[in-house]
Design a binder for this molecule. Structure first.
Ligand code: KE4
Length: 431
């Protein structure tokens, strides 16, 4: 017979690729079929069989206020009585745009889209159109959605042309993207010496969350700012994860670095599909219909999504919750680290505020190459132990875990205790 999740997964796999609408959800990286989620509230999820979990995925970042926050539910409920979509401008999108520009230091103009992929894809096209150049520089392990130009892996050796990161990405397009090592300033310098005059932009997650969490070396981001200016290239911060997550103004506020363009997503939709890109006015004015660089979207600025995003950002704009979020992030990740170490396990924890990862390794994790050296077999075993104890982690060693303001002291202590039990049961086994 099987559980409801198992039955749903069998049905799903017949008609949806891999049974999921986004690959990571299938749990292949942890060798476990996914629970199908039926509802969520605060920091909790319940699956189709009624099992309760403490949620550290948070829909991969959006749910910083926790699920079903009353203000967000109310805002969506009020708006839906006025219809779901008009395909026309509304006051709501103006209000949200003004709020984003008020909160994100480098933003002078902003365009709403429907996903982080659209935001990054549009920012790249805009950078190419504005500079008249075609080369893009990104970093291994950083993920900017699945647009062709950004699904590119590093060629062999430094500053060699990119290779398709997926079948279907045209080789000659991939060759217009260089994929370098994050935190490696020498590689960046060499790439600019070779391609700087052809480089439209560098796109970077200022605090990567897609190789697990990796912290930028203090000088790295400001060096990117300097060298892009020197060569007339643009600096694009992909803040789809870090925007409104690591501070009210994102990583650019935290580090005091002003990119030319910023990509946003996740939190700005309050859990509904929203992305955005924006930045310097002189660049954004090149976007259609005033400008000649085209980008469009049927559901861009959707009133329901705008209402949810507005309700979310109005709470975050006050900035009051970030000190408390920092306290909780520190409590959780230092607790997990202590729990692992007390079982004699070697772990490295990388954290900024309420986004963090634990790697099973005793070496620093500063880029994708070092992240890949961590023990993924041990992560898989840890993931299963925690899921069986009702702790829902991201099903991959190369993803970030997220805490919301709904994760209180009691839930954090329960999580740490579950980790302690999990590490004890892992001890001595081979993975
Ligand atoms: P979406 O197109 O998935 O809304 O956003 C793409 C994207 C862009 N930039 C960054 C920094 C991102 O992290 C993402 C998407 N993040 C992944 C998980 N890390 C989403 C999860 C998924 O693919 O299902």
């Amino acid at each position: 017979m099987g559980t409801k999740s198992e039955i749903l997964f069998q049905r799903a796999r017949k008609i949806i690729p891999g049974g999921v609408n986004s690959p990571v959800r299938a749990g292949k990286a942890v060798g476990m079929d996914p629970p199908f989620i039926a509802r969520a509230e605060g920091c909790f999820l319940w699956d189709a069989d009624g099992n309760q979990y403490v949620d550290y995925v948070g829909s991969w970042g959006p749910m910083i206020l926790g699920h079903s926050h009353p203000d967000v539910v109310q805002a969506i409920g009020d708006q839906i009585k006025n219809g779901t979509s008009y395909g026309a401008p509304t006051a709501l999108e103006v209000e949200l745009a003004e709020l984003i520009i008020d909160m994100v230091p480098s933003m002078e103009m902003v365009r709403m889209v429907n996903s982080g992929t659209e935001a990054a894809m549009s920012a790249v096209r805009l950078a190419r159109g504005y500079t008249g150049r075609e080369m893009i520089i990104k970093f291994e392990g950083c993920y900017h959605g699945h647009a062709d130009s950004l699904l590119v892996s590093a060629g062999s050796g430094v500053a060699t042309l990119g290779i398709p990161g997926s079948p279907g990405v045209p080789k000659d397009l991939a060759q217009k993207t260089l994929s370098l090592s994050f935190n490696n300033m020498d590689e960046v310098r060499r790439a600019f010496e070779q391609y700087g005059s052809q480089t439209a932009a560098v796109i970077v997650e200022p605090i990567p969350g897609n190789m697990g969490v990796v912290l930028p070396n203090t000088e790295f981001l400001s060096m990117l700012r300097r060298i892009t200016k020197d060569y007339g290239s643009l600096l694009i911060f992909d803040e789809v994860i870090t925007g409104f997550r690591v501070s009210a103004g994102g990583a650019q506020e935290l580090f005091g670095i002003m990119p030319d363009l910023t990509c946003l997503g996740k939190i700005i939709g309050g859990g509904l599909p929203v992305g955005a890109y924006g930045g310097r006015k002189d660049i954004m004015e090149r976007v259609a219909p005033d400008g000649d660089i085209y980008q469009a979207g049927t559901l861009s600025g959707n009133p329901l999504a705008m209402a949810a995003g507005l309700a979310t950002l109005k709470i975050l704009q006050k900035g009051m919750i970030y000190p408390e979020l920092e306290k909780r992030g520190r409590a959780l990740f230092s607790g997990l680290e202590d729990a692992a170490r007390s079982s004699g396990l070697k772990v490295v924890v990388n954290r900024v505020g309420t986004m963090g990862s634990m790697f099973f390794t005793d070496k620093a994790v500063t880029d994708f190459a070092s992240a890949k050296k961590s023990h993924t077999g041990m992560f898989r075993a840890y993931y299963a132990e925690m899921l069986n104890r009702g702790i829902y982690l991201a099903p991959s060693a190369f993803e970030a875990s997220f805490i919301s303001i709904a994760h209180d002291e009691e839930v954090i202590q329960k999580t740490i205790e579950s980790a302690r039990e999990s590490f004890r049961s892992l001890k001595g086994k081979v993975y």
